[in-house]
Design a protein around this ligand. Structure first.
Ligand SMILES: C[S@@+](CC[C@H](N)C(=O)[O-])C[C@H]1O[C@@H](n2cnc3c(N)ncnc32)[C@H](O)[C@@H]1O
Length: 379
């Protein structure tokens, strides 16, 4: 099925607040006030990823539609932050671009721009490609095949969204609209554009069972966010396959939004992080999983039994100190730091206990007076 054209036609023709294209979402009213009515009326979202944004962040909204999430994000990240919306449908971009100066005027600063592209190919600026193809129109098989050259050149020299350039990728009810064959590439593109330590916060529709072939081939169900929905498990796995870690449901509606032929479709918001890749070095650090579960497992396969000092490499030690894990662990540094130039490679494939002797040093034999307890007097 030609999913892109089906989706474009449907959203170009959509009327204000068409119920089959969205499920009711409650946005924070404070941030809706400066946004013109024609943007809010064409709300086709199913969640609100913007509520997880912070001041100063650079945000990319995939499938930005008429711009509602971008305009909310704009206020949340403030004048030091930046927001980029990407959409492939001209009619949506037109409404979003028309309203950007209006919102900027209402809030006192402008930090939003809208770019034309397909979210599974965030390297390719479709407006720049349009300009290139005007110079060399496609008239036969040879020019059709040659059209790939300027596209490839644009991806490299003038990418729509550069690699490692974004703090947070958000999206509201769009990933399901990308066809099955290009889904893996979509998740790889989200990973590519995020900086190390960045995160994806995605609201979308997922199904509790796989969507059968007949339903997947129904264009009406496609553009209505049903047919392309991944199962709950496949959605999380797609992030893992692209290299993300720390996936977590920030929202999981227990009530389905729609049920079709017994399959439940519900709205979820997931968060996933970039930054677990890289070399592992031994700095004699240990972490202790605080509980309450008997043990826990991270996305690199490290197992942390509750209460045990587990040896980790410096990269994992730092990763666990930040969101989303920080509160789950105690962090133990060696008494004598290991300088980077002396740190040996660390075999991260297995979890082993770290002897306290390794942390303190084999010759450690100090005897000390009781230290003062932080919470006021131990014994
Ligand atoms: C369900 S609407 C959601 C719009 C917006 N996020 C909101 O919350 O109202 C889907 C939007 O994604 C766009 N879209 C769908 N597939 C796309 C793709 N592959 N690349 C870029 N935009 C896409 C459509 O043009 C439409 O504007």
């Amino acid at each position: 099925m030609k999913t892109d054209s089906v989706v474009k036609e449907r959203y170009a023709a959509a009327n204000a607040g068409e119920p089959a294209l969205c499920c009711p979402v409650e946005y924070d009213g404070r941030y809706l006030k400066p946004i013109p009515r024609e943007v809010i009326d064409r709300d086709y979202g199913c969640g609100d990823p913007s509520r997880y944004l912070r001041e100063g962040e650079t945000v990319l909204d995939l499938g930005s539609g008429t711009g509602k999430i971008c305009f909310i994000a704009s206020q949340l990240v403030g004048p030091k932050g930046k927001v980029i919306g990407v959409d492939m449908t001209d009619d949506m971009l037109k409404v979003a671009r028309r309203n950007a100066p209006v919102v900027a005027e209402n809030i006192g600063f402008g930090n939003v721009e809208f770019r034309k592209g397909r979210i599974q190919d965030l390297g390719l600026d479709l407006e720049l490609l349009d300009a290139e193809l005007k110079k060399r129109p496609i008239t036969n098989a040879a020019s059709f095949l040659a059209a790939d050259e300027p596209a490839e050149e644009l991806r490299v020299k003038r990418p729509l969204v550069a690699s490692d350039s974004v703090d947070v990728v958000v999206s509201n009810c769009v990933l399901n609209l990308v066809n099955e064959r290009e889904k893996a590439r979509l998740f790889q593109e989200i990973f590519r554009v995020l900086r190390r330590g960045g995160r994806a916060v995605i609201s979308d529709i997922v199904s509790d069972e796989p969507v059968p072939e007949a339903m997947r081939n129904d264009p009406e169900l496609w553009s209505g966010c049903i047919s392309g929905a991944l199962t709950e498990e496949a959605f999380l796995q797609a992030f893992a396959d692209a290299g993300f870690y720390g996936m977590e449901w920030l929202k999981f509606e227990t009530e389905p939004w729609r049920t079709v032929e017994g399959i439940e479709f519900r709205s979820v918001t997931v968060q996933a992080w970039k930054g677990k890749q890289g070399p592992c070095h031994e700095h004699r650090q240990a972490v202790v999983y605080r509980g309450p579960f008997k043990e826990t497992l991270d996305d690199d396969g490290h197992r942390y039994p509750r209460g045990q000092r587990i040896a980790v490499c410096d990269k994992t030690f730092r990763l666990l100190q930040n969101a989303p894990y920080a509160d789950a662990f105690v962090f133990l540094e060696p008494h004598e730091a290991v300088p980077s130039e002396e740190a040996a490679p660390f075999d991260c494939r297995r979890a082993v206990k770290r002897s306290p002797r390794e942390t303190k040093g084999a010759d450690y034999s100090a005897t000390t007076e009781a230290t003062e307890c932080r919470e006021g007097g131990c014994c």
